[in-house]
Design a protein around this ligand. Sequence first.
Ligand SMILES: NC(=O)c1ccc[n+]([C@@H]2O[C@H](COP(=O)([O-])OP(=O)(O)OC[C@H]3O[C@@H](n4cnc5c(N)ncnc54)[C@H](O)[C@@H]3O)[C@@H](O)[C@H]2O)c1
Length: 252
Amino acid sequence: MTRIILNGCNGKMGKVISQSIMDNYDDCEVVCGVDINTTKQFDYNVVSSPDEINVEADVIIDFSLPVAFDNIMKYAQRTKTPIVVATTGLSDEQIYVIKSASEIIPVFFTANMSLGVNLISELAQKAAEVLGRKFDVEIVELHHNQKVDSPSGTALMLADSINEVYNNSMKYEFDRHSKRAKRTDNEIGIHSVRGGTIVGEHEVIFAGDDEIIKITHTAASKQIFATGSINAAKYLTSCKPGLYSMKDMISK
Ligand SMILES: NC(=O)c1ccc[n+]([C@@H]2O[C@H](COP(=O)([O-])OP(=O)(O)OC[C@H]3O[C@@H](n4cnc5c(N)ncnc54)[C@H](O)[C@@H]3O)[C@@H](O)[C@H]2O)c1
């Protein structure tokens, strides 16, 4: 049985994960939830801070907000509990903490827990290799009107994976509105759309002379992220300290 602490348990993702574990996973159990909203909605206790956790667990899943990250990461390091970090919009300092924590505990970190998005990230890398610098790359992401960070962590993840192919020589252009200038060759444009209940859509556009290639992923429900994070949690319990991503899990 994999015993899980769920940080952000009363958020949209926390609830989908709790329901999914109840319905589909005999081998997993949430043993404690952490959330500033301490309403008990499932069959586990909810505490308002990691300092109040009084049960042992095999792994932590964090789907919360950047403001909730520091405390749960300190708890993970103090108790040597592996942690799956799915929260997006983290600062550079927080990402640095993830990297240093992974020297002492297993940490799984990805901006997108869906298998499909990780696949399009690889397809986009392949496209960048084949098409080369003659094609302009633009990324468009669409999300619901409650999302606070922008661009999405996934859009940045896609940009980073393409930029890797170009030896990290591209800069990211988030705002064409504030300047009056033509597009340059060494940029990746990243654009955000917010509205309604859109779960998440990412499109990578390679625009060349007289042809356009588009690689798109559409999330139809939050279930894909829940499934990915539960599988990551189970995977992490057998890992040595280190920094893991979906690529490691897929190739296993
Ligand atoms: N990596 C992925 O695949 C993926 C997919 C979907 C969402 N996300 C990210 O996961 C995060 C959560 O998404 P959501 O849609 O469930 O958001 P949400 O706003 O519905 O939930 C966040 C939860 O965190 C709680 N919270 C706020 N401050 C806290 C604190 N100090 N301590 C403990 N809990 C606190 C809130 O009360 C809320 O219940 C976001 O950063 C989102 O971008 C990542």
